[in-house]
Design a protein. Sequence first.
Length: 414
Amino acid sequence: MSPGLLKTLEHHVGEAIKRAIIGRHRRSGAVLFSDTTLRDGEQMPGATLEPDDKLQIALALEELGVHSLDAGFPASSTADVEAIRKMVGVVKKPVLTALCRTVKSDIDAADEALDGNPAHKRGVSLFCGTSPTHREFKLQKSESEILKIITDTISYASEKFAIIAFSPEDASRTEMKFLCECYREAIDAGATTIGFPDTVGVLTPDKARDFIRSIQDNVPNIEKALLAVHFHNDLGCAVANTLAGIAEGANVVQCTIMGLGERAGNASLEEVAMALDLHQDQYARTMKIDTTKLAPLCRLVSDLTGIPIAYNKPIAGANIFATEAGIHQDGLLKNPDTYLPFRPERVGEQGVELVLGRHSGRRAVEHRLSELELAVDKPHVMAILEAIKDLPKGTIVNEPILRSIYDQTATKEN
């Protein structure tokens, strides 16, 4: 067999394998999580990560169960290349992908950075602006020129990668007809995943749903690729928009831990995952995310980026399993399910915290005194509760303060 014929045969076999894998993913109904904390999340001002930090987070994401990792942008910095090189051969389960502009030199840089990873565990994510604003002001290109750039670079990437994602930057402000044309040409050129990015975070769930439906209805070859969604949070709708995309059949969701990212950030992986976990009856989709690792992973990312977790941040915030309200404290002591959407252990937390303060009730005070093995009768408990309510605003009633109040009130009683 001639070398040319052998190469052609290998190409056809490779294409058949890709089609089979894509078809299997689509039929499975599974939601594949693609984490972009290490790339898009790190673009958040102040969230810079060192290569060793990225490796540590990547290994934790692997344990979490993500399908793929947006590992970095090799053409942008040597630090990104170093981080990716540290992951190659070490982070083995997820697909490692590198971000590239639709520029051949970017693809070459990604190829070098990912060298050594198996073909089915390495890929590129290409992006090109497609909206009128991007075409006119950023790229100064016509629609036909944009299409040629997309097809030329995807074809070039196909010579080096089996896994190629393409996303039209600013897709949510791109004309639907042209957007679908970009997707069609990208798939024909070799894209295995097409992404829908709401780059400036302007969509609402209803509009996000309409976009996904239109893409599915008007891209004739969409069955040959996976459909990914990538929402930014400028209107606070990123998680809701992602769930709308899932409801409409999106195969891949691109998220970040804690919703990190530029401006208002991205869709929060932990929030999307828990919504799916809690509402399996609604979405009827499976996933491989181990929810018991969500809160610890948030803390790890917070520690390494230096970005604090907001007290009221869903899933991982300090107040999520804490309450000062007396009625809630009483209910939680009787049964945690009275005032919790899910038990703390389900996301890797230890338990409920009953905070003592102005809004606390007798039951919470009794419970905490019992934990400290401090004997009291009802009048003493009420005296302690009144003393707590008289404390200056913002006082944290820790163990030393509570013991002091216990002693003072006991003295007064005597």
